[in-house]
Design a protein around this ligand. Sequence first.
Ligand SMILES: Cc1ncc(COP(=O)(O)O)c(C=O)c1O
Length: 477
Amino acid sequence: MAVHDSVVDAIGGTPLFRLSRLGAGLAAPVYAKAEFLSIGGSVKDRAALSMVLAAERGGLLRPGGTIIEATSGNTGIGLTIVGRRRGYRVIAGVSDRSAPEKSDILRAYGAEVVVAPTAVPIEHPDHLFQVVRRLAAQIPGAWLADQYDNPANPDAHVRTTGPELWGQTGGRITHFVAGVGTGGTISGTGAHLKQASGGAVTVVGADPESSLYGGGDGSPYFVESIGHFLHPGTEEDRWPVSFHRDVVDRFERIPDRESLLTARRLAREEGLLAGPSSGTAVAAALRVARDLGPQDLVVVLLPDSGRSYLSKLYNDDWLRRWGFLEEPRTAAGAEPTAAGAEATVRSVLAGSGPGGAPGRLPVVGSDATLAEALAVLRGVPGGVAPVVLARPARPYGISATEVLGSVSAAAVDRALAGGHAKPGGPVTALLGPALPTVGIGEPLSSARAVLGPDHHAALVLLDGRAAGLVHRTELGG
Ligand SMILES: Cc1ncc(COP(=O)(O)O)c(C=O)c1O
């Protein structure tokens, strides 16, 4: 067993496991690189160490200095472990979409955590990137790690992850599959593998279906830390310098549900408890392997551990609430039985449109006038509709995170009659609270519970996206 003077010396050197259960029936073997076994729990330890050492060499980070970074958590953990060991103060800016457990871990290792909202355009002063830039300018001796634009991030993988995989597979690797966040992992590892194999290794990006990297519409998705999402108010869409797109041969675009359910299979069937981005990567690797033969060898990288996501991806109630899980809930120890299961929201939604088609989703854009809102609301039972961020029509529907609030016909009528508003005025002036939400696989009793005494309708979620409205009158009970 290796003995180290410091945990920092133990970064990297992670094992490779064959996915024999998930890959059963495939001719090509699929191996997983278990980066969650790294000292800080993720692949980002490698980039963190590489960036700190480069900053010290370049004179950007000196004794008594402060390391600052905008991080989904994992880079912050790596930077905190490396930084605190080397005597620096560390400040991590974390987005409010990131799992709360990640911030707790950062604090445990000695970082100061600043939380910033995701739901603002990148140019907004409250955006995470602007917040950390301001801090870096204000604090003397501060260095912004800037993993998105720091060449030491992909370089970590050119020097470590790539050579490890080439060595561990004895040069037999033919396909490398990884998610793309900053792009450091795929760019550096992919570059080394292509160089070592004389260009023979195929590099595949595993991307959330609506992410812009793989050709999606840039609307929000639920898998954290990978892909590229675009707030509708963003003026200039800039991709990270750490992402070298010429290294990626193609993308596999994976819907959120497939990512989340694949991660759960990975834990249950292979004993590998990994995060949602690992689910995306493994789902992509299985698709890649389907077309390959026994002479091929696929490696997929698992960036972090599932322990940080126990309250989300590994929590059945959370999955059901966002419409990712539809199997009936069962009492402890009982087998699920179709006969005993209570009817779900899907059964109501399915038949509520014309001819039994899925129910219509009345939506008012945030750029609508009150007159335009009324035109939508007139046809809606109960006269209430969600108001969503103004944006062009998107093929993947409206993410639950894009819903700003609701508007009711009664409120508009009242304001117009009272002379408080004009028909050409903005709907946002009369924005009411967001409608309660219910997952499409939840029982009708859950829908009744979220309505409580005050609401007429609930927004139904399917795979985290708005699928329709259910009204009190449709719920029985
Ligand atoms: C869980 C997880 N998956 C994937 C990635 C993407 O890795 P990269 O930034 O090297 O593209 C990250 C990066 O932070 C991550 O934290």
